[in-house]
Design a binder for this molecule. Structure first.
Ligand SMILES: C[S@@+](CC[C@H](N)C(=O)[O-])C[C@H]1O[C@@H](n2cnc3c(N)ncnc32)[C@H](O)[C@@H]1O
Length: 237
């Protein structure tokens, strides 16, 4: 394990792969990741002029989708990796969304926002990388107002069955090899092992509950290769 890979949660690992992240993502997921993010935005059930936080925003795809799909939304994209944020900034500027999407360098474990400041929050393919996952989830619950939604999108080991088997083969063998080949970085090997190490959907939903999030829906996507967790802060928050 290299020092960079060991610096989990600092953004250092993603700094190394930032320049090829979008391209590799599109190839490895056959472009399906785009539809997963759009589905997430729909589940946020946003009203007019909402404030939405996208944690682990990376190159900003989900933050951009929220701003585009919800015209009055003010979006905040937070990530610890300056290189990922630099690419996000370019994409946001190119789409004329600079006044609608604010980028912030920060950590999911200590969000720089007041209690209940957001109408909703998202984290896509990011919670897996947060060293203290429970603290990250508690932070999401804290900053979202009562009744607001918290959506977590995360990869996992696909389910059983023939299609599940094919998807599992893809995650275990194709992702690390093709990822390394396309990006020129060994970090994709880590990504595969972190996917395998992520708990099954029911167990992760329990972790969300324990962190102060009432889980409303657990939606398997693409044979369980990805799961969308829809929650709201519990009333005691
Ligand atoms: C796989 S990328 C996902 C990016 C984006 N959400 C997407 O949908 O493509 C994971 C992101 O998590 C970020 N990250 C790592 N540790 C983090 C932490 N402690 N807090 C917040 N984000 C973190 C990384 O910098 C990286 O940009």
């Amino acid at each position: 394990m290299t020092t960079e890979i060991a610096q989990l949660g600092s953004g250092a690992m993603f700094d190394k792969i930032a320049h090829r992240y979008d391209f590799v993502n599109r190839v490895l997921s056959f472009g399906i990741d785009k539809s997963w993010r759009r589905r997430t935005v729909k589940r946020l059930q946003l009203g007019e002029h909402p404030r939405v936080l996208d944690v682990a925003t990376g190159t900003g795809d989900l933050a951009i989708d929220i701003a585009r799909m919800v015209p009055g939304a003010q979006v905040f994209g937070l990530d610890p990796s300056p290189n990922m944020l630099a690419i996000a900034a370019q994409k946001i500027a190119k789409r004329g969304l600079t006044d609608r999407v604010t980028l912030v360098e920060g950590d999911a474990q200590a969000l720089p926002y007041a209690d209940c400041e957001m109408d909703a929050a998202t984290i896509a393919f990011g919670i897996r990388n947060v060293p203290d996952r429970s603290r990250g989830l508690r932070e999401l619950a804290r900053v979202v107002r009562p009744g607001g939604r918290v959506c977590v999108l995360e990869l996992g080991e696909p389910r059983r069955g023939l299609l599940g088997k094919a998807a599992r083969f893809h995650t275990r063998h194709v992702v690390p090899r093709l990822g390394a080949l396309l990006s020129g970085a060994r970090e994709y090997k880590y990504l595969q092992s972190s996917i395998a190490a992520f708990p099954p959907a029911e167990e992760f939903a329990e972790q969300m509950q324990a962190a102060g999030l009432h889980v409303i829906e657990v939606i398997p996507l693409t044979f369980g290769a990805c799961t969308l967790y829809v929650a709201t802060p519990t009333e005691e928050q």
